[in-house]
Design a protein around this ligand. Structure first.
Ligand code: 2RA
Length: 333
């Protein structure tokens, strides 16, 4: 299998290399591709140096599978052209709601891979991926009616420059120096910003609309959802406070065991000091953690819980590589 990564020098591209090394997919040749700014740089993969190719002149027929992790504009410009020669797994939002492009979390809707009209598969938004992986086993059993989500999203969702800026702002703030935010709409250090991605006319942000629309596409169009997405001064991992109303009554014990046995999920819920998972602990882990599971006593058949996952892994690189594994299994019959 020959594999290519477009955006190999970015946050998600570099994570993909780490995941591919761990997964030990048998890769014959790996092609790393990026803009002219990074072209020519050398990157180590499995103990071997790989030179980064220039996207503008790269030949997409070199690899059977090509990951795109360079943002929506690059996917818009190059992915359909590339898909004539290679199966594209796209991490951007550009094709996610395209009816002819499956949007996949392998543990939730693997069957969607069977119809590949454009030879492009979309990877969901990070905050959606960790949500649906936890909702799926509960929806199968108790039928979800409505979900209310508040997110606590790390700055790595905004890229490497946002991570660097959080560190820089934190130092400036401790030194009582003036802060001019570049990658954030307000100071992020020691703050929380209720705004991720651009505003739509109805007052929701695009990040909030992505959570709603993508969850419906992946899991079930009938589920009603509403979200508030907030950026917090954490480097990696997104957390979500989630309120779920079911059609059927549930027991907390069944919720625990369904979540704990679901592939990709792990329950850590001790009802004591520190008996929950925080973003720092989820960093670098493949699991989506669920804690603080409790009944919402104000509404029938309703539950509260806390979901935490490494946004660069489940929300991006790991999910994309698992889609590739699914594709390879399908192609091998
Ligand atoms: C963010 N969800 O956290 C976005 C990244 N895809 O900004």
């Amino acid at each position: 299998m020959n594999i290519a990564i477009v955006g190999a020098s970015g946050n998600v591209g570099r994570k993909m290399l780490e995941v591919l090394e761990q997964k030990k997919i048998s890769i014959e040749q790996l092609f790393l591709v990026a803009s002219s700014r990074s072209a020519g740089q050398k990157v180590n993969f499995n103990g071997k140096e790989h030179e980064i190719f220039n996207l503008e002149t790269y030949d997409f027929s070199k690899a059977e599978i090509t990951f795109f992790a360079a943002g929506g504009k690059i996917s818009e410009k190059y992915a359909e052209k590339a898909a004539k020669h290679t199966t594209v797994i796209d991490n951007s939002s550009f094709f996610r709601m395209d009816q002819d492009v499956p949007l996949i979390v392998p543990q939730v809707n693997p069957e969607a891979i069977n119809v590949l009209k454009k030879n492009i598969i979309a990877n969901p938004n990070c905050s959606t991926a960790q949500l649906v992986i936890a909702l799926k086993p509960l929806h199968d059993e108790f039928n979800i009616k409505r979900v209310v989500i508040s997110t606590y999203q790390s700055v790595s969702g905004g890229g490497k420059a946002s991570m660097d800026e959080l560190i820089e702002q934190t130092k400036l703030s401790l030194d009582k120096k003036k802060i001019n935010s570049k990658n954030f709409t307000k100071q992020i250090a020691f703050n929380a910003i209720p705004h991720i991605d651009v505003f739509a006319d109805d007052g929701y942000t695009k990040e909030e609309l992505k959570m709603v629309n993508e969850t419906k596409k992946i899991l079930d169009d009938k589920i009603e959802l509403t979200a508030t997405c907030v950026r917090i001064p954490v480097l990696v991992s997104h957390a979500e406070s989630v309120n779920i109303e079911f059609e059927k009554p549930f027991s907390l014990q069944t919720i625990h065991s369904l979540l704990d046995s679901a592939e990709g999920c792990e329950v850590y819920d001790k009802r004591e000091d520190g008996g929950y998972i925080t973003p720092l602990e989820a960093e670098g882990k493949n699991e989506t953690y669920i804690s603080r599971i409790r009944e919402d006593k104000t509404k029938k058949n309703t539950l509260n819980m806390w979901i935490v996952s490494d946004n660069l892994l489940r929300g991006a690189a790991l999910n994309a590589v698992e889609i590739a594994e699914l594709l390879i299994r399908k192609n091998n019959g």
